[in-house]
Design a protein around this ligand. Structure first.
Ligand code: ATP
Ligand code: MG
Length: 420
C-alpha cells in the first residue's frame, strides 16, 4: 500500500509548532509493517493545498491529511479537498446537528463560521469525531482513499487510533505481495558514526533481508536494523540473526536497544548491584549528575554530587591541596584522581567519578588544548583515570565529557561481570 502524509498549517512551516502528529502516525503504521512513502507539509494556502492533494490523489492508495478542519478563516482543507477532487462542498446534516447540539449544551450560539465545519466534499464519508468539534471525513478519489483529521494532537492521535489505523490495517491485510517488517534500534556510545558504519558494513552481505541505517544523537550513535520479508516470522528471524551479529561486533560500545536510555541503563546496572555513585564535576558544571539523575528512581544509586568549579571549592569541599593544584593544575590526572577519591570518601559511595577539563572556547594551552578532559573513576579496587580530547564547541565538549564519565562507570560495571 502506498501511503502518504500531508500536514497543513502555517505554524508548522514557521517553526512555531513542531510536527509531532506525523511521527506518531508513522510509528503506529510501522507496527502494522508499513512505512509511508512520502510526507509533506503545506501552509494554509489554498493553491498549495489543492496542488498537494491533486498530486497524492494521483499516486497514493491512502493519504492521511491533517489540520485545517477548524472553524477559522485559515481552515481551508475541506474546500481544497473538494476542489482537488472536482466535487462540490456540501453541508452534512448530521455534522450540523451535532455541532448545534454541542453548542446548545454549552448555551452558546452556533456562529456561521462554526457552521462551516459541517461542509464536506460531496460523496465523502463523515466519521463522527468523539474527541472534538471538527469532523473527520474519508474521501475516495479514484484508487486513493484520503483520511482527513483535525490537527489538534489530542484529536489527531485519538482518531488515528480509533478510525484510521483499523481501516488501513484492513487495506494492508488484503493486499497481495505484502511486505512484513521487523525493526530494532541498537544504541551505542563511545564510537564514531564512521567507525560504527565501518564495523557493521561487512555484515550487510550476510544479511540481505536487513537494511542497516545510522542515526546520530550525539554523543550516542544508533544503528537501525530493518528486516523485510514475505512473512512476519521470516522478518523476525532475519532481524534476530542480524541483531546477534551486530551485538558481537559492537561489544561494549552497545549500551542498549529500542526504548533504552543511556542513563537508565547505567542506573539499572547500579541498582541491580545495590551500588551507589557520587560525582565531583568541574568543567561539566553538573551535567553528568543531571544525566545520571534523569531516570525516575535514580535516588537508589545517585547519592550526591559536588560541582567544584573553582580551585577554592576543590580545596574546601574535596580537600584537594593547594600544593597539588599549583603543581599540576586543576586539569590534570593527579587532581582528577584526587577528586574522584575524595567525593567517594565523603559520600561513602561505591564509586566516585570526577571530571575536570577545559571546555573552552578559551583557556587552552599547547599541552592542554581546549577539549582536554581528565575523568577518573574511584572504587574500593583503586582509581582509573583517562585523559580524553573531545572535539567541538563548548556545549559538545561538556556533553561528551558527561557521557564519557558515565560510560566509564558502565563499562566498569559490565566488565566486573555477573551481578552479586
Ligand atoms: P481546530 O479546530 O483547532 O482549528 P484544525 O483541524 O483546524 O483544528 P489546525 O488548526 O491545523 O487543526 O491545528 C490545531 C492545533 O493543532 C494548532 O494549535 C496546531 O499548532 C496544532 N497542530 C496542527 N498540526 C500539528 C502537527 N502536525 N503536529 C503538532 N501540532 C499540530
Ligand atoms: Mg484550525
Amino acid at each position: 500500500v502506498n501511503i502518504e502524509v500531508v500536514c497543513t498549517g502555517d505554524e508548522l512551516l514557521s517553526g512555531l509548532t513542531t510536527d509531532t502528529n506525523s511521527p506518531y502516525f508513522m510509528s503506529k503504521l510501522f507496527e502494522l509493517g508499513e512505512m509511508v512513502s512520502r510526507s509533506q507539509t503545506v501552509g494554509d494556502v489554498r493553491e498549495d493545498i489543492i496542488a498537494a492533494l491533486k498530486a497524492v490523489n494521483g499516486r497514493a492508495n491512502a493519504v492521511l491529511v491533517s489540520g485545517g478542519l477548524g472553524p477559522t478563516a485559515d481552515d481551508l482543507t475541506a474546500e481544497c479537498a473538494a476542489a482537488a477532487a472536482g466535487v462540490r462542498l456540501v453541508e452534512d446534516p448530521a455534522v450540523l446537528e451535532s455541532l448545534r447540539a454541542r453548542f446548545a449544551k454549552r448555551q452558546l450560539p452556533l456562529t456561521p463560521n462554526n457552521a462551516r465545519q459541517a461542509l464536506v466534499p460531496e460523496g465523502a464519508e463523515v466519521v463522527h469525531n468523539r474527541f472534538g468539534t471538527a469532523p473527520m471525513f474519508i474521501q475516495r478519489v479514484g484508487r486513493c482513499t484520503l483520511f482527513f483529521v483535525p490537527g489538534v494532537p489530542r484529536e489527531y492521535k485519538a482518531l488515528v487510533d480509533a478510525e484510521v489505523l483499523p481501516r488501513l490495517a484492513k487495506m494492508i491485510e488484503g493486499q497481495p505481495n505484502r511486505i512484513f517488517r521487523a525493526a530494532r534500534l541498537l544504541k551505542t556510545v563511545g564510537i564514531f558514526e564512521s567507525h560504527l558504519d565501518a564495523a557493521v558494513k561487512p555484515l550487510a552481505k550476510a544479511h540481505p533481508k536487513v537494511k542497516f541505517g545510522f542515526r546520530t544523537h550525539a554523543p550516542e550513535n544508533h544503528l537501525k536494523l530493518l528486516a523485510e520479508a514475505s512473512s512476519q516470522s521470516e522478518a523476525n528471524e532475519a532481524l534476530a540473526k542480524a541483531d546477534r551479529a551486530c551485538r558481537e561486533v559492537l561489544g561494549p560500545f552497545l549500551f542498549g536497544a529500542d526504548q533504552d536510555s543511556f542513563p537508565a541503563v547505567v542506573g539499572a546496572l547500579l541498582r541491580d548491584r545495590k551500588e551507589t555513585v557520587a560525582l565531583a564535576e568541574s568543567c561539566t558544571g553538573g551535567l553528568a549528575s543531571q544525566l545520571l539523575t534523569t531516570p525516575p528512581g535514580a535516588s537508589a544509586y545517585a547519592i550526591g554530587s559536588a560541582v567544584t568549579y573553582s580551585n577554592e571549592m576543590k580545596t574546601k569541599w574535596l580537600g584537594i591541596t593547594e600544593q597539588m593544584l599549583a603543581a599540576h593544575g586543576a586539569v590534570s590526572e593527579e587532581v582528577a584522581r584526587a577528586m574522584a577519591e575524595a567525593v567517594r570518601r565523603r559520600c561513602e559511595s561505591t564509586y566516585g567519578i570526577s571530571i575536570t577539563g577545559i571546555a573552552g572556547p578559551s583557556g587552552g594551552t599547547e599541552q592542554k588544548p581546549v577539549g582536554t578532559v581528565f575523568l577518573a573513576l574511584a572504587s574500593a579496587d583503586g582509581t582509573e583515570c583517562q585523559r580524553q580530547h573531545f572535539l567541538g564547541d563548548r556545549e559538545r565538549i561538556r556533553q561528551f565529557a558527561a557521557y564519557h564519565a558515565l560510560d566509564m562507570l558502565r563499562r566498569r560495571l559490565i566488565r566486573s561481570g555477573k551481578n552479586p
